[in-house]
Design a protein around this ligand. Structure first.
Ligand code: FAD
Length: 146
């Protein structure tokens, strides 16, 4: 039973500083590595970056999700990693995404007003379920836009 489908939701604070473009390059690197690693491990999910915070949903066999999250927590590109939810899930919600990146567009920020950079989006005020719903909603929007 230990390898049943599980879902994990966390947020963290960005620690990538420097030249404009450094953060974008870091996110692109994280996404490329995540997509390769997660596809091999059977992990799916979505990552969002907003107002200095990362928020991420990971889903897959329990042990695979735990292994990925162990590595993520040790990554010095972010800090204050806060686990909001981890538990069994009935089905995958990001089954087509080894790691999608959501919420980057101006339209997304407008649709989800609380995500706008000027709103000071603070995931610490959200429950794991609420953060999951935001990322899932954005992922569905992206899929429908294709
Ligand atoms: P390698 O790529 O060989 O890396 C070895 C070590 O170097 C690791 O400790 C890594 O943290 C560090 N490292 C690598 N590149 C850099 C860099 N440019 N700057 C600083 N340190 C670096 N990984 C996943 O597999 N799946 C995910 O879903 C995922 N999501 C992430 C979300 C966020 C917000 C962040 C910050 C990272 C995420 N990562 C994810 C990356 C993860 O933290 C590890 O870097 C990665 O899994 C290590 O892959 P690897 O074992 O193949 O080691």
């Amino acid at each position: 039973m230990s390898n049943d489908l599980h879902r994990l939701v966390y947020y963290s604070r960005n620690k990538v500083a420097g030249e404009p473009g450094a953060l974008e390059a870091a996110i692109n690197g994280i996404l490329a590595k995540s997509r390769a690693n997660n596809a091999k491990a059977g992990v799916t999910g979505a990552l969002m970056f907003n107002s200095g915070c990362f928020a991420q949903v990971l889903e897959g066999p329990r042990e695979a999700v735990e292994e990925v999250f162990e590595r993520i927590q040790q990554d010095e590109r972010h800090g204050d990693v806060s686990l909001l939810a981890f538990g069994p899930a009935e089905a995958r919600s990001f089954e087509n995404w080894s790691m999608g990146f959501v919420g980057a567009s101006v339209e997304d920020a407008a649709r989800y007003g609380s995500l706008g950079p000027e709103s000071g989006f603070d995931p610490s005020r959200l429950t794991g379920e609420a953060l999951f719903e935001i990322l899932h909603g954005l992922a569905l929007d992206e899929e429908n836009a294709d």
